[in-house]
Design a protein around this ligand. Structure first.
Ligand code: UDX
Length: 432
């Protein structure tokens, strides 16, 4: 089939390459011509394991191409995927839908009758119904097909998703989607066909649940800190109950990134508009718990520096919002690093992949090209993103370069006993 993908960020670039991998002919579009040139040359403009290989293989096979021209995608495709971003609106909790509406407005004049438009962007409930009217007036049909991919696992999550959700009003459009995803569905992937509002809500409800799980265990971490209990052992004990499970019960610095924080805020904003704000009032507390972990991290760093961070040297390990990603959107690590610098500390940051992005967004922080360099003469080391490079690093790599052997493990991912046995003062979130 001939498919187009509008927007080539994490979602769109991965979706385009994955659809080509399924055997379709795919044309991706982005308004950023330098990005399009890089993608056509087989470069992926962000760090995502396995994606460069997938893109290159399909570019070479002639199934994948990128353009900046809407005229070209209108003439090319019978199915158009909308994969543009819906960031948090400035000065508000609500989602900024300008990229979604902008791409639909640009697509409609070139849409061929009988085409299917597929929304994958995360949008507030009620958005699809409005877009459906526009698409129908142009002779096409709309499907809402939320995406659940995790950065770092985007390729696998797209090619072998947990489930496929299709919100639609037209049987014809559902049939077309069966053809698009034939290989995925034939392997037994659960399919949920529903209305637009449910499809839109599945995504925000899923992200709200995941955020709730993380903030739940982080709330328990606060209680553990007050009682001397150990949140990591608590989580392990909870995880043996199959109804609870162990995933997303990792206590630490909390969630960040381009999805969970803004999606729960957009959900709160939309629920207020719908008059059901009480139903998601708890998400405000989920957000607050999450942000309190960052404050606690700074408190622990201050405690290890005898009560003040002013004039101290702080080595920061990690800048990305999570390992295996170079994404720094709402990164807890950089938020903490910047706050500590504002308290008068000299902060040096090292991250295996996210340095280029961090430098652009946080130009006032200092950066180093290795963990040892970032921690040179440090009074305290902060472990903020649990890259395997840090998890597997022997303390001796840092022992002789730091001024004081103080470390705060913001991700409960280091071997506490090992660090202590090497003479370090080890502190963590939610345990002694
Ligand atoms: C998330 C959802 O998982 C995905 O389904 C959705 O499509 C987009 O949002 P992503 O933002 O890539 O994906 O990251 P995820 O792996 O979910 O992690 C989110 C944040 O939570 C990270 O900052 C991570 O460090 C943190 N986290 C995760 C925890 O603090 N504890 C955990 O137990 C799990």
């Amino acid at each position: 089939m001939k498919l187009t993908v509008i927007g080539t960020g994490y979602l769109g670039a991965t979706h385009a390459a994955a659809m080509a991998e399924l055997g379709h002919e795919v044309l991706g579009i982005d308004t950023d011509s330098s990005k399009v040139a890089r993608l056509n040359a087989g470069e992926v403009p962000f760090f995502e394991p396995g994606l460069p290989e997938l893109s290159q293989r399909n570019l070479q096979a002639g199934r994948l191409r990128f353009t900046t021209s809407y005229d070209e995608i209108g003439a090319f495709g019978e199915v158009h995927f909308i994969c543009v971003g819906t960031p948090q609106r400035k000065g508000s909790n609500a989602a900024d839908l300008s990229y979604v509406h902008g791409s639909v407005d640009a697509l409609i004049p070139v849409l061929q009758a009988g085409s299917v438009v597929v929304g994958k962007s995360t949008v507030p409930a009620g958005t699809a119904a409005g877009i459906a009217q526009q698409v129908q007036a142009a002779g096409g049909d709309l499907v809402w097909n939320p995406e659940f991919l995790r950065e770092g696992f985007a390729v696998a999550d797209t090619l072998t998703p947990d489930r496929v959700v299709l919100g639609a009003e037209s049987d014809r459009a559902i049939k077309v989607m069966h053809d698009v995803y034939a290989r995925i569905l034939e392997s037994g992937t659960p399919l949920i066909v529903t209305d637009f509002a449910t499809a839109e809500l599945v995504k925000v409800a899923a992200n709200s649940f995941l955020a709730t799980k993380i903030s739940f265990i982080n709330a328990m971490a606060e209680v553990c800190e007050a009682t001397g209990a150990d949140v990591t052992q608590l989580a392990t004990a909870l995880s043996h109950d199959e109804r609870i499970g162990g995933k997303f019960l990792h206590a630490g610095l909390g969630f960040g990134g381009g999805c969970l924080p803004k999606d729960i805020r957009a959900f709160i904003a939309r629920a207020e508009e719908l008059g059901v704000d009480q139903a998601v009032e708890f998400l405000k507390e989920i957000d607050a718990i999450n942000l309190r972990r960052r404050a606690r991290m700074i408190d622990l760093a201050r405690q290890l520096c005898s009560g003040t961070l002013a004039g101290m040297r702080v080595g920061v390990l990690g800048a990305a919002f999570k390992p295996n990603s170079d994404d720094i959107r709402d990164s807890p690590a950089l938020d903490v690093a910047a706050a500590i610098q504002r308290e008068g500390a000299a902060v040096r940051v090292y991250d295996p992949e996210a340095m280029a992005n961090a430098r652009i967004s946080f130009p006032a922080l200092a950066y180093s090209s290795s963990a040892a360099e970032a921690c040179a003469d440090a009074d305290v080391v902060l472990h903020l993103t649990e890259w395997s490079e840090f998890r597997t690093m022997h303390p001796s790599v840092l022992s002789d370069v730091v001024r004081q052997r103080n470390i705060v493990d913001g991700r409960n991912a280091l071997d506490r006993d090992l660090w202590r046995s090497e003479g370090w003062v080890y502190r963590a979130l939610g345990r002694q």
